[in-house]
Write a protein that binds this ligand. Sequence first.
Ligand code: SF4
Length: 376
Amino acid sequence: MASDDKELKYYVGQDFGSFDNPCHQSHFSTFGLCGMQFDLKYINGFPEEIRRLNTEIGTVDHQGIESYHCKWYLSPNSPIDHVVNGIVAYKNDKTQEEKYERARQVFDGELERRLTDPSKAPIKQVQNDPKKAIKKACDDGFEMLDAYCNCNNEDLILTIDDVVMCEVDVKMKIEGIWFEGTIDQIRLAPHTIKKYGNRFTWDEFEACKNEKDFSIYCVDAKTGIMIPGYYGLINSLQLRLYSVGIQCGTILINNNSRCLGIYPEKGFIYHTRKLQRHKRNYTNPKTKQKFKPGDLKGDPIITVFNSEKELVDSFSRFKKIITSIYNGIKLGVYIPNIYVCDSFCNVAETCTTFSGKHIEDDVIKAAQEVAETMEL
Ligand code: SF4
């Protein structure tokens, strides 16, 4: 029944939250949204019933972006400082055109293959007119990837060459709990590139990382239509957790671990949909801003925190939340959040199948266990 044995083992042992069985931040988010969904997916291992079109587009665009920056350079004989995912990616002499071509090859056919894969859960949005929906998804996905790879234009302050690490695995211990995740991108600040360039070996990085004008940014690339609002941003754990991980955790590169030991100066979402261009005249109904065909849809940067101080201050607030979510998972009281059922749940059918008995038994049993512990 388990959809992914690796995920399941995280939550069934006593050592959940240990170095070998770390928590994944996305599982934490699921528990925060709906305990029942967490139970169904990560404790019972029920597979997802539906997939989301935007998630699929995002997955394949991420693969293309990663290929642009990273996989191109992988070679079994490369010494660590000349392999990817690393600060020295740009020591490689591949041209931007070659990297773009590689990203395009990874994208080509892959999204269509995923959308039509009969072994995976169906996608709601392609049920009615699959041909048309798949073509539009592929066009949208490619437009974003294409814009991303060719976004060195004057409209944007940041350019693609600011990226010095991409899809970096990170592991960190926060409040005694081990976490893991993947950081989409680490970028250099424009003023840092101006002074130091964007070509570093690890030794060079170590030598200048504590200089006053050396700054990095932690970035989460998003492709979805919905963007978080004000409260979504101030309550966003993911980027803050990863940014603290960059400072005190371990990043894994080709099975080698390194500690970067530097706080990012900024954390932001890079919303690739904003890199698409208007196809006709358009006036934003809220801001009244006017766009012509060919104009960028907007600035892709959505700031989550704007200074090291802001990160450190806001993260101290998150420590309590992290501990309470962790304790909640350990207690095993997986309460259903029926108020969010329709909007995001991809195990709703399974949940409905078990409604009543399954929920009741689980919650009552867990509550009894908690009560017994408290008596002691
Ligand atoms: S259907 Fe609702 S209560 Fe059930 S798992 Fe999904 S979100 Fe939670």
